[in-house]
Structures are given as C-alpha cells and as structure tokens.
Design a protein around this ligand. Structure first.
Ligand code: GTP
Ligand code: SPV
Ligand code: MN
Length: 589
C-alpha cells in the first residue's frame, strides 16, 4: 500500500514531468554528491556552485544568483484564504481557488529536463512534541542543498510522517527566474505553499519564512502558541547563571549578530540557540519555552568580520557539517575566497563583484550585494548552546524587540508589564533594508518584526499575544532597543555589536531585580550609571541623548502609529487602543 507521502511524490512527478526524481536522505555523502552535481549544472549560463579555497574556507561553495533574484519579494507574496479579512491588511490576498489555478498553470511541466528533488524534513528537533513534519519539492539543486543546511532533512522525516497525510507540503520550482512569473502563495488552511520563479532564501527555502512563520503563525493562532521572527540566546553571567532571551528585529537589523554576541564585558558569555525563528509554547510549569525550528543560519554577509562578529567568522570556517554556501558576495580572485564589505579593512585589487565583473573600487558601489548571504549549519557554531537540542526548549526570562532607527527610538527601555510590552512591540517602526526588494531606508511599521511574516490578520495576532500573556505564569520582561541611532553627521552614536552586551547586562540586572528604573512617557529607562560603560569611551552627552524621549520626534511617531492602527479598524484590541490614548496624553498630543 502506498502512503500519502508516496502519493504526493507521484502526483508531483506526474505534474512537473521531471527527467528524474531524487528523494533526499540527508547524509553527508549525499551532500558531496549534490555539490558535485551543482558544480556541473548551470542556470542561464552561470554554474550553480563554484568551490572556494578549501584551506581558508573548508567545504565552501560560491553561488551567484540571477541579478533579479537577490531578496524576498513581498509584493509577490500572498496569503490565500477564503475571506480577505482573515489575511488582513498586512498581507496580499488572493482567493485560494484562483491562486491554485494560477500556480498550476505555471508549474505544469516546469521540470522537463530537470531533476525533481523531494526533500523530507522536520522543523524542530525530531523528538520534540513541538516539531513539525514537512516535505518540499524543488528543481533547484542550490535550494535542495540549502534546505539540507537549514533544516533536518532525511529519513527521520519520512518515518515520522508514516502513513499520515498530516505534513506540510512546499512546492517549488525556480521556473525561468522571471519576476513577471514569480509568486509565493500560502494556503494556511491546506498546510501548503506554492512558490515559482525565485531561488532566493525566503522565497524558495519553504521551511523558513513561508512555513515556520507564515503558516506557523496561523497554526499558533489556532493552537495557542507563537511563531516569531526571533533569535534565542542564553546569556551566562559571571555567577554562571544563564538567562534565556528572545530577540525580534526586522530583517537585516541585527538578529544574527546578537545571537552570536561575543560580549566585551568580562565573565559574560552568549550561548546561541537560534538567529531567525522561534516557536514559543507554554510549558508544563506555565512559563514560556522556545525552540528554534531551524538547523542553520542564512545570514547577511556585509558587516560580518572578526571585529564585529568573530563567532560567525569561526562558524564559517568550520566544516563539521557541510557544505557552507556563499551567495552574491564578491570573490577575491587572488586566493579564491569570498569577500564582502566589512570582512576586512583592505580591498583587494583582484575582486570580482557579485555580478561577476571585475570590481572597480572607485565605482562608489559595493562589491558584494548588500543582501549577500551565507548558509551554514548551526552545528558549526562554536557557541551553540547545549540546550539547542532540548526537545522542551528553553525557559524565557526576557524578550528584546528592536528596529533600525536613526532617530526617535532610545537605545533601550523596558515595558512596564506584558500588555505594555505587546503595545511597545506593536508600534515598532524600522527603516527598510536590502533583505526585501524595494526602497531601502524608509520607515515603515513592523510590529514584532513580523509585518512580512504574519500569516493572518495582525489585529487578531495582537489579541493572540495578549491572550498568551493571560495564560502564562511568570511572564518575561519586555525590552525595546535601537542600536542604530545616528548623529547629525550620520555616524552611529552607539558602537553596537559586541558592545551591546552592556545593554543585555542591564536587562539581566532588571530581571533579577538588582537595579531600579526611571519612569518616562514611553516606558522604564536605566537609572543614571546603571549601564556598565567600563572600558568604553562614550560621552555622557551622547548617553543622555540615547536614553531620552525626544518629545517632538515622538509626537510625529504617534501619528504614524495611529495611521497604522487605523488600517486594522476594530480588529485592534481595546487594550492597545487604550495604551495609544495614554501615550498621546502623556506626550500632550
Ligand atoms: P535577517 O537575516 O535578514 O533576518 O537579518 P538579521 O536581523 O539577522 O541581521 P544581521 O545580524 O545579519 O545584521 C544585519 C546588518 O546589520 C549587518 O550588516 C550587520 O553588520 C549590521 N548590524 C548588526 N548589529 C549591529 C549593531 O549593533 N550596530 C550596527 N551599527 N550595525 C549592526
Ligand atoms: C529575512 O529576510 O528576514 C531573512 C532572510 O532572514 S530570508 O530567509 O530571505 O527571509
Ligand atoms: Mn530574518
């Protein structure tokens, strides 16, 4: 008797008409074989993978994508549910029937002459009751190899699925990489995603944003948990006690860097559990517990270097689990190593830019694409927490929210309680980045850093957050940070990166009740001198500015918040409306 898994594979084969079907087993031997295949395959004349210098970067490969396919395309991403209001103003919407027809016509016969890769995978530790079974179909060997790094691919997924038809189906074809024929369609009610025309991370690795966040958030809403765009870290203090934090920042706003922080403060250490996605459940003791459903990092290359993120540099040079992929970075032709802005101070004469051209230093353009990335296994990370594979997850004591703002938002403040924290997170604004196509640097509201990833109406999502608070014992403290304030000359006011440990230390002190706080219109600030600045030369005037409510800026901010809230009509919970009213009153608006 054939299982639902077999039936699904057969259906896909009949539909896509590939030359060959290959079911992945997740072995390291398979990785070797597929990297061989990728070095011999090409897409529009470009070889899929090129081997990099194995002495400097063992088992690492270079991939250059089509220049039109370098970031998530939010305008081509849809949530398809019968009623538009269920998707909410935060999503593009299409009727599921119409969307499926459209995708079927694009998919039909699309794999002629290609290999159809079948990727059985588990999101989460297979022994965990929170883990989920998934299968992705793709015709891109780059996507297949990336999925091997980013998730737990192999037989254990097929075993877990057994005869059941309850698994996520992700159907992907890279098609002809034409933006006019590119769609990423989500069907939360069918546990299904269809994606065509892109090979880029968030558009094509369907276990990541598509399943673990858009479909995941929808499941969480139904089942009473949260799927969030968050890092998970354990921060060890000099007394050896480990405090677990979640951290939500919009795309390209510092999650990976914070997840691998090498603290400048003596005696502190960060243990890494996740850099992008967290699934949060209420544990047996009533507290919030988080797991990372992923098994790898798909990280932003520019800005990563030994000074800013030494742990990631070490991770990239490890090959315990291989391969490691570099996508759309530049390449230093003198020694065949990947290169990007921020990896070193010098620029080699021999750079080939991300488009394959000889790099001209005087062009004023970067050599690596601003959204160039690496794909590397989490098992290669030297600071990986021993708790990473704990099926229960880790208990959370603090949640850090942040955005990228050159003004208005202070370096750090704390919300008074859970509901104020939900309000604070719901009003996050952040400057857009190269992680998504479109204009970079314009402020948009990005509640909980989930605007592009919440698979249902965000008004309902806010209520869900409030409800979780009601059901949880010993709620975590909620903090807001901004590492990206700039002075009038456009320079960062706060040194950031490893220095952010100073702010984290203050948070731990707050969680442990070791330090008081100063009240303000927007929340609680550190008391004078409460942030440990030992060994850092930063002027008091700058610190005062970083830890202050600029009333004029905030008056403009509340207007933007109000406009955003209005889009959701009466879906915004009354509690959040009350918080907004109170904030306006305090600011005298
Ligand atoms: P996604 O993978 O898109 O979700 O991004 P992310 O949130 O993980 O961002 P990441 O840590 O990769 O950082 C994005 C960019 O911000 C990189 O160029 C970093 O070098 C830079 N960055 C990260 N942390 C800091 C910081 O504390 N200060 C400054 N100035 N830049 C930072
Ligand atoms: C992001 O854009 O938030 C990323 C990269 O983490 S992607 O996988 O493309 O979503
Ligand atoms: Mn992300």
């Amino acid at each position: 008797m054939s299982t639902s898994f077999d039936v699904f594979v057969k259906e896909m084969q009949d539909f896509f008409c590939p030359d060959k079907v290959y079911i992945m087993d997740g072995s390291q031997e398979e990785a070797e074989r597929l990297t061989e295949v990728a070095q011999k395959s090409d897409i529009d004349g470009r070889v899929v993978l090129k081997k990099l210098n194995g002495q400097e970067y063992p088992n690492s490969y270079y991939h250059r994508s089509n220049t039109n396919d370098v970031a998530r395309t939010e305008h081509l991403t849809f949530v398809c549910v019968p009623v538009k209001d269920q998707a909410g103003p935060n999503n593009n919407w299409l009727d599921p029937k119409e969307a499926k027809e459209k995708m079927r016509s694009l998919f039909k016969g699309a794999m002629k002459g290609r290999i159809m890769y079948v990727i059985p995978f588990v999101m989460g530790m297979p022994k965990s009751k929170y883990a989920k079974n998934c299968v992705q179909i793709t015709d891109s060997v780059y996507v297949a190899l990336s999925m091997r790094i980013m998730s737990r691919v192999g037989k254990q997924a097929i075993e877990r699925i057994g005869n059941s038809s309850d698994f996520f189906r992700g159907i992907h074809s890279i098609g002809d990489v034409n933006p006019d024929r590119r769609f990423i369609m989500h069907f939360p009610q069918d546990n299904l995603v269809m994606s065509f025309g892109s090979g880029y991370g968030g558009n094509a690795l369907l276990g990541k944003k598509c399943y673990s966040l858009r479909i995941g958030s929808y499941l969480g809403y139904q089942e009473g948990w949260l799927a969030e765009h968050m890092i998970i870290i354990g921060v060890e203090a000099p007394n050896r006690k480990i405090t677990y934090f979640l951290g939500a920042f919009p795309s390209a706003c510092g999650k990976t860097n914070l997840a691998m922080l090498d603290p400048v403060l003596k005696g502190y250490k960060v243990w890494t559990l996740g850099d992008d996605i967290a699934w949060i459940n209420i544990g047996e003791d009533g507290r919030l517990y988080a797991i990372n459903p992923e098994a790898g990092f798909f990280g932003v290359a520019p800005g990563t270097g030994y000074k800013t993120n030494p742990i990631m540099m070490e991770t990239l040079k490890n090959d315990k689990f291989f391969p490691t992929l570099f996508t759309n970075t530049a390449v230093d032709n003198s020694n065949n190593t990947p290169w990007w802005e921020g990896i070193s101070d010098e620029v080699s004469f021999n750079l080939i830019d991300w488009q394959g051209q000889k790099y001209d230093k005087n062009s004023g353009k970067p050599a690596a694409h601003p959204n160039s990335r690496f794909t590397v296994s989490i098992y290669n990370c030297p600071t990986l927490s021993p708790e990473y594979d704990n099926p229960k997850g880790v208990p959370i004591s603090g949640i850090i929210f942040g955005g990228r703002r050159k003004d208005t938002i202070p370096l750090v403040y704390e919300a008074k309680d859970w509901n104020s924290g939900v309000f604070t997170a719901s009003i996050i604004g952040s400057e857009t980045t190269a992680a998504a196509s479109g204009q970079v640097g314009t402020v948009r509201r990005d509640p909980m850093a989930m605007l592009p990833f919440c698979g249902y109406n965000m008004g309902d999502y806010f209520q869900h957050w409030l409800n979780i608070g009601k059901k949880t014992k010993k709620l975590p403290k909620v903090f807001m940070v901004n590492w990206f304030r700039k002075d009038d000359d456009g320079n960062f006011m706060w040194p950031g990166y490893r220095e952010n440990s100073r702010v984290i230390k203050w948070m731990i002190d707050r969680i442990e009740g070791k330090t008081g706080a100063r009240e303000s219109e927007i929340g609680l600030f550190p008391q004078e001198g409460a942030i440990d600045l030992s060994g850092l030369s930063i002027k008091k005037k700058i610190m005062d500015k970083l830890l202050n409510v600029d009333k004029e800026d905030w008056k403009k901010e509340v207007i933007m918040i109000e406009e955003f809230y209005k889009k959701f009509g009466n879906k915004i919970p009354k509690d959040l409306m009350d918080h907004l009213k109170e904030l306006k009153e305090k600011l005298g608006v």
